[in-house]
Write a protein that binds this ligand. Structure first.
Ligand code: ADP
Length: 192
């Protein structure tokens, strides 16, 4: 079960694989940030460490103009020294038992990240498993929400195609760190 799994859905390749998000050669990687945009642990810390100080400087500028990033929203910076040209910073929900709009906020985090990617004309985007680390979202439930949010976004776009067909996504990749998260996302992708 350690290899990647890909499916073509709505003209876009959806891939689930194990690896380090910071090493992906894609147009944008998505950061599971916190609303301060000041950096943190987990994948956020790894992105700032690998990408260098330019990313944090741009985050500070965004803080000055809009005061951070609310849960479910997304902002974009350059990728600094990363192979990815951009980092899209989104904030997932903190798990509080499931009755506090967590699924809706997580859906919005994926949807708003993908919308920013297409607004910038990007074609390949890699996500981590947002909210399932320090934010405590159960992986099984998060995987369902994540993959449905991506599929729903792609469906809506194919129903309402953009004027400029060049701005279509060609690959959305989930880069999972540990085998359990990988296998959970794989089962979910298989069932789509
Ligand atoms: P959150 O605060 O949204 O829960 P975390 O960064 O704590 O975010 O965790 C999200 C997921 O990212 C976890 O599954 C964690 O294991 C994973 N992760 C941590 N570092 C990396 C990395 N370099 N590449 C991919 N995934 C990572």
């Amino acid at each position: 079960m350690a290899g990647p799994l890909s499916k073509n859905l709505q003209g876009c390749t959806l891939t689930v694989c194990q690896g380090d998000l910071t090493r992906q050669t894609v147009d944008a990687i998505v950061n599971a940030a916190n609303s301060s945009l000041m950096g943190g642990g987990g994948v956020d810390g790894a992105i700032h460490k690998a990408g260098g100080p330019a990313i944090l400087e741009e985050c500070l500028q965004i803080r000055k103009t809009q005061g951070g990033c609310a849960a479910g929203e997304a902002v974009i910076t350059s990728g600094g020294r990363l192979a990815a040209q951009y980092v899209i910073h989104t904030v997932g929900p903190i798990w509080r038992g499931g009755g506090n709009n967590e699924a809706k906020i997580l859906t919005n985090a994926y949807r708003n990240s993908l919308q920013l990617a297409v607004d910038y004309g990007l074609k390949t985007v890699a996500f981590p498993s947002i909210s399932t680390g320090a934010y405590g979202y159960p992986v099984e439930e998060a995987a369902k929400v994540a993959l449905s949010a991506v599929l729903d976004f792609l469906r809506r776009r194919s129903e309402n195609p953009p004027q400029n067909s060049e701005s279509n996504l060609s690959e959305v990749r989930f880069v999972l760190f540990d085998p359990h998260t990988l296998n959970t996302y794989k089962s979910e992708l298989e069932s789509l």
